[in-house]
Design a protein around this ligand. Structure first.
Ligand SMILES: Nc1ncnc2c1ncn2[C@@H]1O[C@H](COP(=O)(O)OP(=O)(O)OP(=O)(O)O)[C@@H](O)[C@H]1O
Ligand SMILES: O=P(O)(O)OC[C@H]1O[C@H](OP(=O)(O)OP(=O)(O)O)[C@H](O)[C@@H]1O
Ligand SMILES: O=C(O)c1cccnc1
Length: 487
């Protein structure tokens, strides 16, 4: 298998149907018509009350480098599905459209547009797969990380998942998403180098197995490192691991920084309490107890309930694989397209299931907060030419159950979709990871606790403006009338 092309690119990181549709548009002479697509998801991940947006940085890199190389075009030619003139067009392709997106670290909710792509039919179609690929994973991990962090609180939680992740890219970008979601450090050294995430870690059972006893292994580690965490469960946590960790800590004294011990198996509530007593009695009250082994927010919460004496948590598999839900299910739907007369017309995807219908038109999403307490009232989806900041009061209603409504006065409205690319040029100055993390925390502070509990949270309102709702209803009726006439 020929795998590593010197000029490989990510342009072919797309589904074949995007390219075959592009060829249709191109050969039919409509490829340069304008279109607008919006990305949204239908169900909150992990039944959480909010999701954390991550993935924009990867999308920006993808768009900035989007072009077909010689080997891409040569390969497409071998498939015999594409004509030479279309391939010549692809050879010169670059993205010329507009992208608006939520910022990373923003809290996002189901049924609201989180990324909007506007451009030619050709380019808007091409980028669908990659955009969905990125956010369907990163939002899951950022949200899972935020759930775990909400249980861990002020304690430190480290990301340990690389070895269990779905391949290299998932480990790397998943680590970044976890950091955005609230994790404090990672064991992935490359993520440290590339993204500036603090790296952290202990040692593995292999070290103890190499020396074939706890004492020699801990001593060897202590002679070669200043900061020491000893993994104490290789043979017998209470009878060998912890006594030998204490012995080495005493022997080495000030020559090392004895941070603490890691437990990776057994009953962690019971063991951590016993270990705490042993460390305290030995004169190490500040030594930390670190726990790992298939942890997630449920186990951590349960361990805390049992009074486990754990200070620091290491979480791998269940975070990096978004264990309880393999994908977010985000979709990319056309909301507006240029017609034969050069006019933009709204489009809709109908379904028997109301929640699966798309919302026609190009939108903005506004976060409405109460001026008095600075808490979020809900999100308000408008058509792009509306500006709720010009209104004194806002009538907010649930688009599925319109009798659920309220009128909000004395409010602030913050537009959430920001310009990222205009006419193919990046106009967005990306915040650094620390700023993104701080933003996530600020946004969480504005959310009522009822949306933040990890079990059965209240449903956060995502409402449509009257104009947006009327537009949707009008389109549904128009299409139903048209179908009825055809029968
Ligand atoms: N006190 C506890 N309450 C709830 N869950 C716990 C408790 N202690 C450990 N666990 C969790 O129970 C699961 C099983 O842990 P345990 O160490 O018994 O099995 P294991 O992983 O098969 O052990 P080993 O690594 O020795 O094979 C892990 O997910 C662990 O985090
Ligand atoms: O359980 P997770 O949440 O996925 O966290 C990562 C796991 O990876 C390591 O185990 P592994 O058996 O691979 O190596 P080790 O010898 O260092 O324990 C570590 O000890 C954790 O148990
Ligand atoms: O440093 C650690 O303790 C670590 C790193 C990766 C996976 N498990 C544990």
């Amino acid at each position: 298998m020929k795998f590593l092309y010197p000029d490989d690119s990510t342009a072919l990181h797309t589904d074949a149907y995007e390219l075959t549709m592009m060829q249709t548009y191109w050969k039919q002479g409509i490829g340069n018509r304008r279109a607008v697509f919006e990305t949204f998801f239908r169900k909150m991940p992990f039944e959480n009350g909010y999701a954390v947006f991550a993935g924009l940085d990867h999308i920006i890199r993808y768009i900035n480098s989007l072009h077909f190389t010689k080997s891409d075009i040569d390969y497409l030619r071998t498939t015999n599905q594409f004509d030479d003139d279309f391939l010549d067009y692809l050879a010169d392709f670059h993205f010329t459209g507009n992208i608006r997106s939520m910022a990373e670290g923003e809290l996002v909710f189901n049924h609201e547009p989180i990324i909007q792509v506007e451009g030619t039919l050709l380019e808007t179609q091409l980028v669908e797969t990659a955009i969905l690929n990125v956010i369907n994973y990163q939002i899951m991990v950022a949200t899972k990380a935020a759930r775990i962090k909400s249980i861990v609180g002020d304690q430190t939680v480290m990301e340990f998942g690389t070895r269990r992740a779905q391949e290299f890219d998932a480990a790397l970008w998943g680590t970044r998403a976890a950091y955005i979601g609230g994790f404090d450090a990672t064991s992935n050294v490359r993520a440290g180098k590339l993204f500036g995430i603090p790296i952290s870690g202990t040692h593995a059972h292999a070290l103890v197995q190499t020396y074939r006893n706890d004492y020699d292994a801990f001593r060897a580690y202590a002679q070669t490192h200043h900061d020491c965490v000893f993994l104490v469960d290789t043979y017998d946590t209470l009878r060998s691991g912890v006594p030998n960790a204490i012995r080495v800590a005493h022997e080495m004294g000030d020559k090392i920084n004895f941070i603490g011990v890691r437990i990776d198996s057994g009953d962690m509530a019971y063991l951590s309490k016993k270990v705490r007593q042993m460390l305290d009695n030995a004169g190490f009250p500040n030594a930390k107890i670190i726990a790992s082994n298939d942890l997630d927010e449920k186990t951590i919460s349960n361990l805390k309930m049992q009074g486990a004496k754990i200070d620091t948590w290491g979480v791998g598999t269940k975070l990096i694989t978004a264990y309880d839900q393999p994908t977010l299910g985000a979709v990319y739907k056309m909301v507006s397209v240029e017609d034969d007369n050069g006019q933009m017309v709204d489009t809709i995807k109908l379904s028997n299931n109301v929640s699966k219908m798309s919302t026609p038109g190009k939108h903005q999403v506004w976060r409405i907060t109460d001026c008095k307490d600075d808490k979020s009232e809900g999100d308000y989806v408008t058509l792009v030419d509306e500006d709720p900041r010009k209104q004194d009061s806002l009538f907010m209603f649930d688009p599925n159950y319109t009798f659920l409504n309220k009128t909000v006065t004395d409010f602030k409205a913050r537009p959430l979709l920001q310009d990222i690319f205009i006419n193919g040029k990046q106009v967005y100055d990306e915040p650094n990871l620390e700023e993104i993390r701080a933003a996530r925390q600020r946004h969480l502070d504005k959310l009522w606790d009822e949306y933040k509990r990890d079990l059965n949270p209240e449903v956060y309102p995502v409402d449509l403006s009257q104009k947006c709702y009327d537009n949707k209803m009008k389109m549904i009726k128009q299409i139903h009338d048209k179908i009825r006439k055809m029968r």
